[in-house]
Design a protein around this ligand. Structure first.
Ligand code: ATP
Ligand code: MG
Length: 236
């Protein structure tokens, strides 16, 4: 018993330290990024005289640098997102509204393959923006996993079970590798070339803050993955 509480105190301490380090790294990256962005703006202004526009090749080069900087600053925003403590703004919200709005905000070539299975209405006490973020991460992963297979199928199902409600996101994609499953929601673990490996970690953090869970479960689609977000139901 005492060993268990020692262990969880150690884990909490490790999580706290990691969040502090990540936050410090994000901060140290943020300042130079902002500095380079500002210098690029000045360079553009200085290079373009009223009678001599910036040569096309130089202009294209500057645009490429700006684009990479934008990627970098999005990455830094993700680091902050992962590291900062969660301050939930709880409201009574409709799950179908949350799900529909998240699906319609997706930007991905496979979004049209997302099927929303009809379900009764469920209400929860939750932070709309945070839950939308978490749910979007699950959908993005499902969409990424089906990018090479044909034909893609991503299914969103909602089921009430006693005092909780479960949101299932199933896909018929490539499935989790053995390593990805054993390192489920571990921060910075990614099998994608351009992945931050923070998607599931952030989603799990949001769901846990709502008193819920995020789990992997065997898939009724035969292949691929199913993730389950379980949340406490609010009062009717
Ligand atoms: N639906 C899925 N099917 C197969 N593998 C998945 C699925 N969802 C997650 N994974 C695996 O879990 C890893 C971690 O996912 P996570 O969302 O945390 O990061 P990521 O998707 O790699 O990066 P990012 O979210 O920044 O794009 C993925 O790289 C992938 O290997
Ligand atoms: Mg992801």
């Amino acid at each position: 018993m005492a060993l268990d509480s020692d262990q969880s105190a150690l884990e909490a301490r490790a999580r706290h330290l990691m969040a502090e380090w990540v936050s410090a790294i994000a901060h140290n990256l943020n300042n130079p990024i902002a500095g380079v962005m500002a210098s690029l703006g000045i360079l553009r202004r200085d290079l373009a005289g009223p009678l001599s526009p910036i040569p096309q090749t130089v202009n294209e080069g500057l645009s490429r640098i700006e684009l990479r900087l934008k990627d970098l600053s999005e990455y830094v925003a993700e680091l902050y997102e992962f590291a900062k403590p969660i301050d939930l703004v709880l409201v009574r919200l409709s799950l179908s509204h949350l799900i529909d709005e998240t699906i319609s905000s997706l930007v991905h070539p496979n979004t049209k393959f997302v099927q929303r299975i009809k379900s009764p209405e469920f209400w929860i006490q939750g932070d709309f923006t945070r839950l939308k973020q978490a749910f979007r991460r699950l959908l993005e992963n499902a969409l990424d996993a089906t990018i090479h297979g044909a034909p893609p199928c991503i299914r969103v199902t909602v089921q009430g079970e006693g005092s909780v409600v479960k949101i299932f996101v199933s896909d018929n994609g490539e499935g989790f590798s053995r390593e990805a499953l054993s390192r489920f929601a571990e921060p910075f673990f990614s099998t994608k070339e351009a992945g931050t490996g923070l998607g599931l970690a952030i989603a799990k953090k949001v769901v846990l803050a709502h008193g819920g869970t995020l789990e992997f479960t065997p898939n009724e689609l035969g292949a691929g993955a199913t993730l389950v977000m379980t949340l406490p139901q609010g009062k009717k």
